[in-house]
Design a protein around this ligand. Structure first.
Ligand SMILES: Cc1ncc(COP(=O)(O)O)c(C=O)c1O
Length: 368
């Protein structure tokens, strides 16, 4: 994925030239980076607590009816989890291991959703032992497994919804056909489970609000249908996917406007008694992360120069070409030893990195 990258010249990090001067508010960030460079070896990733809090409050302000359950897969650093516990968030966990992690850090078991539609028997048993009753499913065989290992569990049916325009499409892998919803919910009840609600995910980094609006419409219809069939549902989980601005000049991301439309749809279609939750990952943690790294080598290939800048690829040190920050960023000429920082990189970066791949340690996380 392309990211906003800003170089700081070496060796003693004077004020950054042209690129950073054109950006109004980076000086505080660069001063912070300069201070951190005195204490930590590169590469490291700063996670700014103030930004975690700002994103959480933005979410709460724009969608006050929706309680965010932070999807820790985006970045499971303990400091981040503790910050969200303090702020009153719930948690979306994908495995027993993530569940144990948030519980050990002090999360309340009533504010955890085991949001993986296919779980191992062992993981379901852990949920029962830890008394974490709320979990998602999207297929009938999973219901048999849950009813065997956690009778009385509260189950939310994940339905397949449109993921058009999202950077990561999740509907290929997850979600029951909405048409089968009321039958499968009744099946859940007949197996001794508590059919509690619905969930969906519009795909990660979804700039297309229509995905949410249509998913809510489909869900509201299922809520009505379920009520008619005497299976009243009480929780609507609208998943993650809320987008962030990865680059300063990126257009098309307006969380506030999207949230306004989502809220309107919720009010129009659902009974006031329905409880709403969401599973934001990227939105809460992405903007808080800044990767700080250093140039270890450079090569000129098909050089394209525009004035003071070069069209450049920035890549990591491993022998895999996936290890690339950007293939087409315009930056001034860089020299070995120059420091480069990358903003808005807190989600699905260190969390997805394989430790010691090719013998390289991952960037250390530095909470600030
Ligand atoms: C079930 C589930 N919930 C929440 C998320 C978080 O999504 P996002 O980071 O796009 O908000 C994901 C991401 O893959 C997911 O699979």
């Amino acid at each position: 994925m392309r990211r906003e990258t800003v170089p700081i010249p070496a060796p003693d990090l004077p004020a950054s030239p042209k690129l950073s001067k054109s950006k109004p508010d980076v000086s505080g960030v660069e001063n912070l980076i300069r201070a951190m460079l005195k204490k930590h070896r590169t590469p490291f990733m700063l996670i700014r607590g103030s930004v975690l809090e700002r994103q959480f409050q933005r979410f709460r302000k724009c969608l006050p009816e929706v309680m965010p359950y932070y999807a820790i897969k985006a970045n499971p650093h303990p400091k981040i989890i503790k910050t969200f516990i303090k702020l009153g968030a719930g948690f979306d966990v994908a495995s027993a291991s993530e569940m144990k992690q948030v519980l050990a850090l002090g999360a309340s078991r009533d504010k955890i959703i085991f949001a993986n539609t296919v779980k191992s028997a062992e993981d379901i048993i852990t949920a029962r032992r830890r008394q974490v009753p709320m979990m998602t499913f999207d297929n009938e065989p999973e219901l048999y497994k849950i009813s065997e290992h956690y009778p009385g569990a509260q189950v939310l049916l994940r339905i397949k919804v449109g993921n058009e325009g999202s950077v990561v499409n999740l509907s290929l892998k997850f979600g029951a056909d909405p048409e089968d919803a009321h039958l499968i919910l009744r099946k859940a009840r007949s197996l001794g489970l508590v059919p509690t609600g619905l969930s969906f995910h519009v795909g990660s980094q979804s700039k297309n609000v229509e995905n949410y609006l249509q998913a809510l419409e489909i869900s509201a219809h299922i809520f009505d249908q379920a009520k008619e069939h005497d299976v009243p549902l009480k929780i609507m989980d609208i998943g993650g996917g809320f987008p962030i601005q990865h680059f300063d000049n990126e257009i098309g991301v307006n969380f506030e406007r999207m949230a306004f439309q989502i809220r309107k749809q919720i009010r129009q279609l659902f009974d006031k008694k329905v409880q709403f939750i969401a599973e934001p990952g990227r939105f809460l943690v992405g903007p808080a992360g800044i990767l700080v790294t250093q140039v270890t080598g450079r090569a000129f290939r098909n050089t394209l120069r525009r004035g003071q800048t070069f069209l450049s690829a920035l890549a990591g040190p491993t022998c895999d070409s996936f290890d690339t920050l950007s293939l087409d960023v315009e930056i001034p000429e860089l020299y070995v030893g120059d420091v480069v920082y990358v903003k808005n990189i807190g989600a699905y970066s260190s969390a997805s990195a394989v430790a010691n791949f090719n013998g390289f340690p991952p960037a250390k996380i530095v909470p600030v």
